[in-house]
Design a binder for this molecule. Structure first.
Ligand code: GAR
Length: 221
């Protein structure tokens, strides 16, 4: 079935490379989506410039100007509704939503997290992974629910932790994969292939017989 482009509202706080990955996927024709607007909670977020460069509407809604989380969320919600947004994408958005947003967009808020959930929730996932000495790190796209990085998982990508890694090298390796899985998760949503069953997301129409190879790290020689 030929479904219409999904109308996105993208939330950012920083450099916006994940936003750029979404824009690029749309421009390549890999993703049927329209970014209706980009909202940043910080006026100096670099991602705002990326959006403007592509003629995408932007709005700065600074959380500090609101007395409560709920008040901030109400302002965000009103702006998203004005632009008829169907799916909210948190692309490096460093705030937690309250019930105001969660109830307005049930199963329609996605987040990208630089850790293999449920391990390492929070804002230092890469550092925590390094400190705990894991051999495999990665990233997760999930549907946002109440709690920190705990919602139903849509897809994940794994990368090896390599000798000599520091936080920034590991973060960069993970970020490359974020740029692949976030647009893909949005594509699955647009195609109507994501179904939430309790804590699990069922991805309908997965290609049969083609499973990724196991990642063993350090490799067996
Ligand atoms: C990304 O690594 C994203 O996973 C992370 O912030 C970075 C934003 O990069 N998000 C979180 O930690 C959310 N809790 P970007 O602004 O270049 O897309």
């Amino acid at each position: 079935m030929d479904r219409p482009p999904v109308k996105l509202g993208v939330m950012i706080s920083g450099s916006g490379t994940n936003l750029q990955a979404i824009i690029d996927a749309i421009l390549r024709g890999d993703l049927k989506a329209e970014i209706r607007l980009v909202i940043s909670n910080r006026a100096d977020a670099q991602g705002l410039e990326r959006a403007r460069r592509h003629g995408i509407q932007t709005q700065v809604i600074e959380h500090r100007k609101f007395p409560t989380r709920e008040d901030f969320d109400r302002a965000v919600l009103a702006t998203l509704n004005q632009r008829s947004v169907e799916l909210v994408i948190c692309a490096g958005f460093m705030r937690l939503f309250s019930a105001v947003m969660l109830d307005a967009f049930p199963g329609r808020i996605m987040n990208i997290h630089p850790g293999l959930s449920p391990a390492f929730p929070g804002i230092h996932a890469q550092r925590d992974a390094l400190e705990l000495g894991v051999k495999i790190a990665g990233c997760t796209v999930f549907f946002v629910t109440a709690g920190v990085d705990v919602g139903p998982i849509i897809l994940q990508a794994a990368v090896p932790v390599l000798p000599g890694d520091d936080e920034s090298r590991l973060a960069a390796r993970i970020l490359q994969q974020e740029h692949r899985i976030l647009p893909h998760a949005i594509r699955l949503f647009q195609q109507g292939r994501l179904e939430i069953e309790g804590r699990r997301v069922i991805v309908k129409g997965e290609p049969g017989g083609t499973h990724p190879p196991p990642l063993i790290n350090p490799p067996i020689d």
